[in-house]
Design a protein around this ligand. Structure first.
Ligand SMILES: [Zn+2]
Ligand SMILES: [Zn+2]
Length: 147
């Protein structure tokens, strides 16, 4: 099934309108391996969608991350970056360079990490009476060029 078809169903199912902007952003993010900021997404889409507004992009990205269709990454430069979150593709996490903002995907040790995190989540949930629904593991540091 084409992705756009799956997305459209997802939106309908969740009771949201399926709009051109929503499709355009998902299209863009699902085709790039980059982790893009709202501004970069705006700059890219502006060429094909001259009427698009930055605030619409922000709102759409909010919605898409709440729906779990994109991941929001906070990389400590005062803004978020976004990447498409595919259900099938193997998950990955990030090394984030705090100096230049470079983001490196990694997918090794994810099973080990998940085991450990699940154990921690269970204990913390009990201790703090909190229901954990998601977690996020990114490592911050300096990349090869910035060391
Ligand atoms: Zn760097
Ligand atoms: Zn990534």
């Amino acid at each position: 099934m084409p992705l756009a078809h799956i997305w459209r169903h997802r939106f309908k199912g969740d009771g949201f309108r399926w709009t051109l902007t929503r499709k355009a952003i998902l299209d863009l993010l699902s085709r790039t391996s980059k982790h893009m900021s709202a501004q970069e997404i705006y700059d890219t889409l502006l060429k094909s969608y001259p009427g698009i507004g930055l605030s619409t992009i922000y709102r759409t990205l909010d919605l898409l991350s709440r729906m779990g269709l994109v991941n929001r990454l906070n990389i400590g430069e005062g803004k978020s970056r976004y990447e498409y979150r595919s259900g099938e593709e193997k998950a990955h996490h990030h090394f984030i360079c705090t100096n230049c903002g470079k983001i490196i995907d990694y997918s090794g040790f994810l099973d080990e990490e998940l085991d450990l995190v699940e154990k921690i989540e269970k204990n913390l949930a009990r201790k703090y009476n909190f229901i954990v629904k998601d977690h996020n593991t990114d490592f911050y540091g300096l990349c090869k060029n910035c060391r």
